[in-house]
Design a protein around this ligand. Structure first.
Ligand SMILES: [Zn+2]
Length: 402
């Protein structure tokens, strides 16, 4: 059955426009002939779409390219400062026992134009918090002389289960006032911003950033692990995020890995994140260490200095980390595991011993079946990915979620 012809035509037109825009963004500068060759769209359609891109400030003609004969091809150049997006990341911080919110303004190349942060002790005054975020965003636009019409959206990366369609943070045990962290509706906040508002789980935005600009660029089928105060996973099937029936896939930090009866913030016991999130390093070190530490960074320094207790704690930690990764391998059989968040800062101290523990624990997988990689965006994946939520809708019309 054919649908409404006008609406079908409109869809084709929009899809051609986005296809050309995506190619232009990737190549930065390209000739019209090359666009025809790569997209298989007719030259007439290409020319009218390029005119539209020029009208929208997204492209300009950039002279002619070298030719081996015939007419010289006209080059088109992408203009990344035509539009902007905001990204907001609700990170948790053990050191100050507060939550820090990071806010960035990026252009279409995801280059950071402005950055700011905001500390808060409680999310119970959430209206006030969102109003503060709004003020920061408007100050950034004013300072950089960016009209609100040129902002394509604001994305929030949140630590917990998120229904991105209904714009609800359903459960976030790792935010400080966890009793209050059920069913936070972001819809009422939409009216505060003169551009679209998006929400997503922070591991999913991390995965999105890695696939767009980071270590997973041109890669498919991976599990991105965000290891900070908690652990959660962004699961990429081909290049789409898999979120499951009720949007809860990836809450892997709350799977049980021991039977010691240690209580977790979620109400359960012995969850993976008690043993393998960054806090485990500090807690275990302080039980027997020569001095008291209060941050992952301090632990890192001790480990680099060859501190005996730090080495023991690290070995125990890697054991638990590998148990959870083995569970992921058996569940998803991914091509890559990507480690992001605070733990990614340990880089070479992390990967070789972790790889050896993971593959010595399993009869099902061998080294080479799965690559364990460190995030190239490190602790910034989730934040950059938050801004990319708006960019993805701009480029694809929707989020690439299964
Ligand atoms: Zn738990």
């Amino acid at each position: 059955m054919s649908g409404d012809i006008n609406s079908d035509m409109k869809k084709i037109k929009t899809s051609n426009y986005r296809k050309i825009l995506r190619l232009l963004m990737r190549e930065k500068e390209i000739s019209k002939q090359e666009i025809v060759r790569r997209t298989k769209i007719s030259i007439t359609t290409i020319i009218s779409n390029i005119n539209r891109l020029i009208e929208n400030g997204l492209a300009e003609e950039a002279g002619t390219a070298h030719s081996t004969g015939g007419r010289k091809p006209v080059l088109v150049r992408f203009l990344p400062n035509a539009n902007y997006a905001f990204g907001v990341d609700f990170a948790s911080n053990h050191l100050t026992s507060s939550n820090r919110i990071q806010i960035i303004l990026v252009n279409l190349n995801a280059e950071v134009i402005a950055e700011n942060s905001l500390d808060y002790k409680s999310f119970t005054s959430r209206d006030e918090t969102i109003h503060k975020i709004k003020t920061i965003c408007f100050d950034m636009m004013k300072k950089h002389r960016i009209d609100q019409k040129r902002v394509i959206g604001i994305g929030f990366a949140l630590p917990g289960t998120v229904n991105e369609k209904l714009k609800i943070l359903e459960l976030a045990p790792n935010l400080l006032d966890s009793a209050e962290m059920k069913h936070i509706d972001f819809k009422p906040f939409e009216k505060l911003f003169p551009f679209p508002l998006y929400v997503e789980n922070e591991a999913n935005t991390g995965a999105l950033a890695e696939i767009t600009f980071g270590v997973a660029r041109h890669k498919q089928n991976f599990v991105y692990l965000s290891i900070n105060r908690g652990i959660s996973a962004g699961i990429a099937i081909r290049t789409h995020l898999y979120k499951g029936n009720k949007r809860r896939a990836g809450e892997i930090g709350h799977t049980t890995v021991a039977s010691n009866g240690i209580a977790c913030t979620c109400g359960g016991n012995d969850c993976w994140e008690i043993y393998a999130a960054s806090g485990a390093l500090i807690r275990n070190y302080n039980q027997k260490g020569s001095s008291v530490i209060s941050s992952t960074e301090e632990f890192h320094q001790k480990l680099l200095a060859g501190d005996r207790q730090a080495r023991k704690v690290w070995d125990l930690y890697l054991g638990y980390l590998s148990v959870g990764i083995n569970n992921i391998l058996l569940n998803f059989d991914p091509r890559y595991i990507i480690i992001g968040g605070e733990i990614s800062e340990f880089d070479n101290l992390l990967i070789p011993p972790l790889v050896s523990k993971v593959f010595s624990n399993t009869a099902f997988f061998e080294k080479g079946d799965v690559e364990i990689l460190i995030s190239t965006l490190k602790t910034r994946s989730s934040l950059i990915g938050a801004a990319l939520l708006a960019l993805q809708v701009f480029l694809y019309g929707d989020h690439k979620v299964l």
